[in-house]
Ligand binder design. Structure first.
Ligand SMILES: [Cu+2]
Length: 101
């Protein structure tokens, strides 16, 4: 693959996209913020229109599982990791998205 721009995975990095449930721009800040200073994650971009989080990461340093757990730790459910009820309930009212089953 060709590295072109900041959002292309470098050698040794993987690019993945998965669903993270959320509502608004504030959710976006929280979700992306949860991964902003995480070693091994070079890019995290959540789209509120389709609830997709795109991440670029180095699988030697962090697993996709850990990434999903970090997102759950700040209150957001993904396709496989569920946030603790107590964390979810502390999100601002506008951010209390409809939780998946
Ligand atoms: Cu929100």
């Amino acid at each position: 693959m060709t590295a072109c721009g900041n959002d292309a995975p470098k050698e040794g990095e993987s690019s993945e996209e998965f669903t993270v449930y959320g509502n608004c721009g504030m959710c976006e800040k929280t979700i992306e913020g949860a991964l902003a200073d995480v070693e091994g994650v070079s890019s995290a971009d959540w789209n509120k229109d389709d609830d997709q989080l795109s991440v670029i990461f180095d699988g030697e340093k962090i697993s996709l599982d850990d990434i999903k757990q970090k997102v759950a730790d700040v209150g957001y459910d993904s396709d496989s990791h569920r946030a603790k009820d107590g964390v979810y309930s502390k999100l601002p009212g506008c951010c209390q998205y409809d939780r998946p089953e």
